[in-house]
Ligand binder design. Structure first.
Ligand code: MGD
Ligand code: MGD
Ligand code: SF4
Ligand code: MO
Length: 734
């Protein structure tokens, strides 16, 4: 018998960083529609096509609901106990014989979109104790963490542009019209940008492509890929030379200004223009406009991170915000304060450092407890002590997302054991001996541990599960807890409740002195941990001491979220540098500037590849939803008409694209939306490989752009991969 009652449920969308509130219509156990939640305190009804398909995505028939175990070259469904026994049999002997470093872990992007990822990954990592930890962070935002680590002493102190109050926004290498924003949670980012213009302000976009964001901007400047550090240094140079710096209320909280002035001397706009292709007078103009605007913010994203000078570029973004007095002031770039976090009693701390260990093969330094994913294949392929023999992936598809993924794909084939926590049998998990699929978004609660700390306005929201647990499926917190227990030797049949309770006690002890266990609320282990974090957090009820404060119960009673007001200044409290100031010119950063100077005279006439995102994609894993892939082929190579002429190509032709790492054949789309000398291919495609089970994606596979990206190209300070500005050659195919 089926239950056909129809009801409405509210849930934060877990698919991207915008954190929109969804209004779901649920009939029985089916999501029949997803709309924007008009009453949501943050998103106010905004939704994008991905959020609208949450029902189709979670009901995808290709989505795994039962574990799989590999037998020969086929994957077969098994029961949960059998699956965990297979993990124990595969993993334990390798750990015992070869030690923890023989097991590598890769954590993919959706870990920042689930409570399990926010809470249960770190106990697993601690239990394994391997130095071979990798994640999508080193193909994404690691340069931002490193820059902020040195500047503010805390790699998680990331300022966001105060888009709702700014007068001038300079956007570098971000396309929020398609991506909906990143490291700046701002539901309806396009609407917020239009609002800047409506109140008389402006926004300027710097991008080698005329993106949808650029089309709506007051000004768009093309830039040669990988050269934003020159442009920004040109701005810094101008600020000093023309006496335009004004730290405002930050004066007294910043050290190292004079050292930055010295470094900037070599980068006059008239010098850097040849490298970055932005006219010198516009570089000077931008400096003057940023200094003169009542408030202004510089914001950079993927195009400033996945590049040769990623950390320097991200550092310079904040240097400009500091020197124009716009850091930590309304309308500038500000530090959010999330409800599950606390403020600190006083500034100052241990500061930030990297390199506590090095990768075995290439000697690349550890950053934030992990190694660059660009060297993952090296660690698997190179024999010797510490060679990676087993691999654990949680919510990741590195075969499509990481550089020279052709090589990684082959390396995965040579492992002794692999287990993946993932709902799809895809390009990566096809190599797994065991696949453990977590229950889908409708059956898990949601709180954004990552993105509420990056929101352009402080707010809090919790969504309880929309549907009750399905006894045949497994919750992701339980899966990760059971893996942890296997690794620690407690066995495949150990009860995850043991770990859940242990974590709760640990959190209570850290957060409060008294035994408050009996006061903790929540039906699910993640809810109980959240309750403690909220109640002891910045706006918390302090377990009754502040009765109007936040708790899980308060969030449950407010399904449209609770607004916590506009961002507030947080300097100096947020600073954890040893000096307790913003250390504007950390020696590690200053040392890398010579690399930038040396590359200044480099010839820049080769053809280079950049990526692009489309509103209806999300990295590699939503191409199995028919509504998101219908229409014309999106995995094409954008090429400027001048280049097309040069290579004798016309729109629709097939071309071969070659790099140091690999070759793909792809259809060319001739368009002046890319600048001459630059071609663009989206990432996350290249489906339909043998052994995968994503039938819709396989019908329109596209090609994998990361076959072309080079695993030896990394930003030395962060270990981040260079995924934009890859030298390529092109050949027309008959
Ligand atoms: N060339 C190029 N490469 C890039 C980029 C680029 O711009 N250009 N961008 C980079 C960036 S920014 C990122 S973040 C990375 C992403 O890199 P990855 O995180 O490796 O890739 P995703 O495509 O996000 O894969 C997500 C995986 O998680 C699974 N999944 C989905 N939901 C859940 C869940 O709730 N639980 C679990 N356990 N699994 C789930 C999906 O099935 C899929 O296998 O790619 C990077 N790669
Ligand atoms: N629709 C959709 N939304 C997404 C995702 C998705 O795949 N699809 N992925 C999510 C993830 S994981 C992330 S991290 C965010 C990313 O969010 P964004 O950074 O906003 O997204 P991108 O579209 O990659 O924008 C990067 C821009 O940088 C430009 N660029 C490339 N090289 C350079 C350069 O050297 N300098 C400058 N100035 N620009 C350059 C590219 O042309 C591109 O327009 O998006 C998230 N949201
Ligand atoms: S913008 Fe992001 S959070 Fe909002 S509906 Fe779309 S995918 Fe979901
Ligand atoms: Mo990302």
């Amino acid at each position: 018998m089926t239950d056909d009652t129809t009801r409405t449920a509210y849930r934060t969308c877990p698919l991207c960083e915008a954190a929109c509130g969804l209004e779901l219509t649920v009939t029985g156990d089916r999501i029949v529609s997803a709309r924007g939640d008009q009453r949501h305190v943050f998103s106010g009804g905004f939704i994008c096509p991905k959020g609208a398909t949450l029902g189709q995505l979670t009901a995808d028939p290709d989505r795994l609901r039962r574990p799989l175990v590999r037998r020969g070259d086929r994957h077969e469904e098994v029961g949960w106990d059998e699956a965990f026994e297979a993990v124990e049999a595969g993993l334990r002997p390798i750990l015992e014989r070869h030690g923890p470093d023989a097991v590598a872990l890769y954590l993919g992007n959706p870990n920042v979109h689930t409570m399990a990822g926010g809470l249960y990954v770190s106990p697993l990592l601690r239990a394994v104790g391997s130095r071979n930890i990798f994640s999508a962070s080193t193909v994404d935002q690691m340069p931002k963490h490193v820059a902020c680590g040195y500047l503010y002493g805390n790699p998680l102190a990331i300022p966001v542009p105060d888009v709702d109050r700014t007068d001038l926004l300079l956007v570098l290498g971000a396309n929020p019209w398609e991506s909906n924003g990143s490291l700046a949670t701002a539901a309806d980012f396009p609407g917020r940008l239009k609002a800047i213009q409506a109140r008389g302000g402006r926004f300027v976009v710097v991008d080698p492509r005329r993106t949808r964001t650029a089309e709506h901007a007051d000004e768009h400047l093309f830039i040669r890929p990988g050269t934003d550090a020159y442009l920004l240094f040109g701005i810094v140079h101008t600020l000093f030379e023309e006496g335009l710096t004004d730290l405002g209320r930050l004066a007294g909280h910043v050290t190292g200004v004079e050292a930055v002035r010295e470094l900037a001397r070599a980068f006059a706009p008239e010098v850097v223009t040849a490298a970055c292709a932005v006219p010198a007078d516009r570089i000077r103009g931008l400096a003057r406009e940023l200094a003169a605007a009542p408030t202004a913010a510089v914001y950079g994203r993927i195009g400033t991170c996945t590049v040769e000078f990623g950390t320097l570029t991200n550092w310079l973004v904040d240097v400009v915000n500091v020197l124009t007095g716009n850091l930590d002031r309304p309308g500038g770039a500000m530090f959010p304060l999330a409800a599950h976090l606390r403020t600190r009693p006083q500034p100052g701390g241990k500061g930030f450092r990297v390199g506590r260990w090095q990768s075995r093969v290439r000697g690349l330094p550890e950053v934030r407890g992990e190694l660059p994913v660009a060297t993952l294949a090296d660690e698997m392929e190179t024999p010797g002590d510490g060679q990676v023999r087993a691999f654990v992936t949680v919510a990741g598809n590195p075969v499509l997302s990481t550089p020279n993924s052709g090589r990684l794909d082959r390396a995965l084939g040579g492992l002794e054991f692999m287990v993946s926590v993932d709902p799809y049998l895809n390009e990566t998990t096809r190599h797994a001996d065991v696949v453990l699929p977590p229950s889908d978004a409708t059956r898990k609660g949601h709180y954004d541990f990552s993105f509420l700390g990056l929101a352009v306005r402080n707010f809090a929201a919790y969504s309880p599960p929309v549907l009750p647990p399905d006894p045949a499926e497994m919750d992701e917190c339980d899966i990760l807890a059971r893996l942890t227990l296997i690794v620690t030797g407690k066995g495949a049949d150990a009860d995850p409740a043991e770990l859940h309770e242990h974590m709760l006690q640990e959190m209570l002890q850290k957060a409060a002195s008294a035994d408050l266990r009996k006061l903790v609320d929540g039906d699910h282990p993640a809810e109980r941990l959240l309750d403690v974090a909220l109640r002891t957090g910045a706006y918390g009820d302090q377990f009754g001491a502040r009765p109007d404060g936040l708790s899980l119960a308060r969030l449950l009673a407010n399904p449209h979220g609770i607004d916590l007001g506009p961002l507030q200044p947080r300097i100096p409290e947020i600073l954890q540098t040893p000096s307790g100031t913003i250390e504007l010119c950390h020696p590690a950063i200053a040392a890398d500037v010579s690399r930038l100077s040396e590359a200044l005279p480099r010839r820049r006439d080769d053809l280079v590849l950049v990526g692009r995102r489309h509103l209806r994609s999300n990295n590699s894993w939503m191409h199995n939803v028919p509504a998101l892939v219908k229409g014309r082929d999106r995995c094409t190579l954008h090429m400027h008409p001048k280049d097309a002429e040069r290579f004798a190509l016309t729109d629709g032709d097939e071309a071969e694209v070659m790099s140091r790492a690999g070759t793909v054949a792809v259809r060319v789309e001739v368009t002046d939306k890319v600048m001459p000398g630059v071609v663009s291919l989206p990432h996350g495609w290249g489906h339909g490989l043998p052994g995968t089970r994503m039938s819709v994606a396989a019908e329109r596979p596209g090609v994998n752009s990361n076959v072309l990206t080079d695993e030896y190209a990394t930003d030395p300070l962060s270990g981040n991969s260079v995924l934009n500005g890859i030298p390529v050659e092109i050949k027309a195919l008959a």
